[in-house]
Design a binder for this molecule. Structure first.
Ligand SMILES: *[C@@H]1O[C@H](CO)[C@@H](O)[C@H](O)[C@H]1NC(C)=O
Length: 143
């Protein structure tokens, strides 16, 4: 009588198992989503003018946004937060009454000042409560 066949030991792995492993890896790898980016329109702006920080590759299921001065999520530097469903805007400590957030996350800056030069970061909270973020640069020049 033959002994029951166990797992292959030190030998070759059957192709079916390799293919199954590959398909499982493909299945389990996280979906590759495009990185959220922030574009300043125009790319550099004269003092006193308006500028729009456009958000590209916004996830399809946003719950809310937060905009921050700087490259990090620093609560004391929050400009504004926005709840998408309720369309409620809440100014943060770094709000200066010149910023307006749109339902698509983009931020309008009016009457820009030289000291507004720098980086701005949006944090997007999705419905699964995961967060995405993107940072863009604002360049202001004196005319
Ligand atoms: C977001 O909305 C603003 C205001 O309606 C618009 O100007 C801008 O183009 C929109 N941004 C994108 C990325 O669609």
């Amino acid at each position: 009588m033959e002994p029951p066949s166990g797992p292959p030991r030190g030998g070759r792995v059957p192709w079916q198992e390799v293919l199954l492993a590959v398909s499982l890896l493909t299945f389990w790898s996280p979906p590759t989503t495009a990185q959220v980016t922030v574009e300043s329109v125009p790319p550099s702006v004269a003092e006193g003018k308006d500028v729009l920080l456009l958000v590209h590759n916004l996830p399809g299921d946003p719950l809310g946004y937060g905009w921050f001065r700087g490259e990090t999520i620093e609560p004391s530097r929050q400009i504004v937060s926005y709840v998408v469903d309720a369309q409620v805007t809440t100014p943060g400590p770094a709000h200066s009454d010149r910023e307006t957030i749109y339902p698509n996350g983009s931020l309008l800056f009016q009457n820009i000042n030289l000291i507004d030069t720098g980086y701005y970061t949006i944090q997007i909270t999705k419905r699964n409560l995961q967060v995405d973020q993107g940072t863009g640069q604002l360049r202001v020049f004196r005319e």
